[in-house]
Design a protein around this ligand. Structure first.
Ligand SMILES: N[C@@H](CCC(=O)N[C@@H](CS)C(=O)NCC(=O)O)C(=O)O
Length: 248
């Protein structure tokens, strides 16, 4: 059995899959893709993931992309502690969380981070270099969003809506964890894994939302997550950049 995982720093979607694979105890070969060097756009990597994104799982030569799909696959395909609740209804609740992370939490966090970081990044590059990098991004949607972020083109309305989403996510998590140790069915699941992958950066990047006074249960849960051996092993994966654990 050969399991190869292509991933970036232990943050965001890479952290999501690293947690699952470590929690499940699946032996795997780690292939680090340096996003700051745009290795995700190297032709060799594009052969396994044409979207030019991490993570990618290759199991006995079969390729799987999309972190949420990969995590369900890891849970189903390998022995080890189950990462889904047994009850189908609870599984549904778990998937509401993973979908919410993919559709709302992750994009809102990313777009706000790009707004803050990309103009400076682009400005610091030699003439034409940023455009050259942009041209290598396979996904048109991502290319357009980066170009817009670089020109400071996100509207105040968009920024406000992403900030609103982050406040809403925060409140939902705090509410779900009030009186509960885990997000779904009183047990650790892929919902905790998915939310944690993004939430770990919140006290630093959005400390006005995530802090001991405003979200005591969410803060305690972050510590509970970090104390899990599998999650700790994922977080201990090599961290090559200053903005590791950031928003991908
Ligand atoms: N929907 C994909 C999104 C993957 C994704 O956006 N990955 C980010 C890192 S968290 C990435 O590869 N960013 C670099 C790029 O898009 O060029 C998933 O969940 O796997």
């Amino acid at each position: 059995m050969a399991v190869d995982l292509y991933h970036g720093e232990p943050g965001s979607n890479s952290l999501k899959v690293l947690q699952a694979i470590h929690e499940k105890g699946v032996p795997f070969t780690s292939h680090y893709i340096n996003l700051t060097k745009f290795e995700q756009h190297d032709p060799e990597y594009l052969r396994i993931n044409p979207a030019g994104q991490v993570p990618t799982l290759v199991h006995d030569g079969r390729v799987l992309v999309e972190s949420t799909v990969i995590n369900e696959y890891i849970d189903d395909a390998f022995p080890g502690p189950p990462l889904k609740p047994a009850d189908p209804y609870d599984q549904g609740l778990m998937r509401i969380w993973t979908k919410y992370v993919d559709e709302v939490f992750r994009p809102s966090l990313s777009f706000l981070a790009w707004h803050a970081v990309i103009p400076g990044l682009a400005g610091a590059m030699p003439e034409g270099a940023f455009e050259e990098r942009l041209a290598r991004i396979p996904l048109k949607e991502k290319r357009d969003k980066w170009a817009l972020a670089a020109s400071g083109g996100f509207t105040e309305r968009e920024l406000e809506s992403w900030r609103h989403n982050l406040a809403e996510v925060t409140d939902r998590v705090e509410q779900a964890l009030t009186g509960h140790n885990w997000l779904v069915a009183d047990r650790f699941t892929l919902a905790d894994i998915a939310v944690f992958a993004m939430a770990i950066s919140m006290p630093r990047s959005h400390g006005h939302l995530w802090n001991a006074e405003r979200t005591p249960h969410a803060m305690a849960w972050l510590e509970r997550m970090k104390a899990r051996p599998g999650v700790a092993a994922a977080l201990a994966m090599p961290n090559h950049t200053s903005f590791a654990r950031a928003e991908g």
